[in-house]
Design a protein around this ligand. Structure first.
Ligand code: URA
Length: 266
């Protein structure tokens, strides 16, 4: 069944506010998002604060979380002026198995976002941290977070072909034929895969480097060559290799973002 396209909430709000705000439809920066991006408070808290009348825009109380924010306008929260200039920040996080990369976890085990906000120091908790792509609940390893949606788009865009390196313990012992099929590309139900890097690290451990990121792609590719995955771990994205213990995080420096992830904000 075709999925119904949802109108983004910022666009709905801009339409409600009339023609003047249609100018922001191309490049929206709305109040709650701007506060989350600048590290003032995460988006859900910002929405609540705005609705409670605690936020002013150019001296006027603003109760619409999707109100557009013009550059340079004075914004106050609880009477204090806040800066909305936001540097591009990125974190690496070593995802443990069991956590989901979703806003909520119906099974109650926990989400990566809940974990991250627990382990971050208070100044870092003001940001709205966005996951750059997804890992399955049982997958461990490198998950990137950022405060900048452009970096999320860059990291997940099928056009960027940012390499992602995985290590999978699999059933059986893949032979040269299976590795060749993984390298050359094989046909999955959603189309052919791009050529990949594939080599053995042990008789039943495959290192697979993909330049695309389709749903459950590693598991589907290895199952397609007859070697279902037992455990899966992501070691690297682009030139950024995981180097923190499970459950821990660290900030990426600017060169890791610009060179390692090949990202330049425009
Ligand atoms: N491919 C998968 O199958 N699972 C992941 O979590 C990531 C890539």
């Amino acid at each position: 069944m075709a999925r119904r396209q949802r109108t983004p909430r910022w666009l709905e709000a801009a339409r409600r506010r009339g023609p003047e705000d249609a100018r922001f439809a191309d490049k929206p920066d709305w109040l709650a998002r701007a506060l989350g991006k600048a590290g003032v408070m995460p988006r859900a808290q910002a929405e609540a604060a705005i609705r409670e009348g605690r936020v002013t825009l150019a001296g006027q109380v603003e109760r619409e979380p999707f109100a557009p924010v013009r550059p340079g306008v004075e914004v106050r929260v609880d009477g204090q002026v806040v800066r909305l200039e936001a540097p591009v920040l990125a974190l690496m996080f070593h995802k443990p198995a069991g956590l989901v990369v979703h806003g909520s976890d119906a099974e109650g085990v926990g989400t990566v976002f809940e974990w991250l906000y627990e382990v971050l120091p208070p100044p870092m908790r003001g940001f709205e941290w966005l996951a750059v792509g997804r890992l399955d609940r049982d997958t461990t390893g490198l998950l990137l977070f950022t405060n900048d949606e452009r970096l999320v788009r860059h990291g997940t865009s099928p056009e960027q072909h940012l390499p992602k390196r995985y290590v999978a313990a699999v059933a059986g012992k893949p032979g040269e034929d299976a590795l060749r099929r993984l390298r050359e590309g094989l046909v999955l139900e959603d189309g052919p895969t791009r050529p990949a890097g594939a080599r053995l690290r042990a008789p039943d451990v495959v290192e697979l480097t993909l330049t695309e990121g389709r749903h459950h792609q590693v598991k589907r590719m290895l199952a397609a060559v007859g070697h279902p995955v037992w455990t899966l771990h992501r070691e690297a994205v682009g030139g950024v290799a995981l180097d923190v213990p499970e459950g821990a995080w660290r900030r990426l420096d600017d060169s890791e973002v610009s060179d390692g992830l090949a990202f330049t904000p425009t």
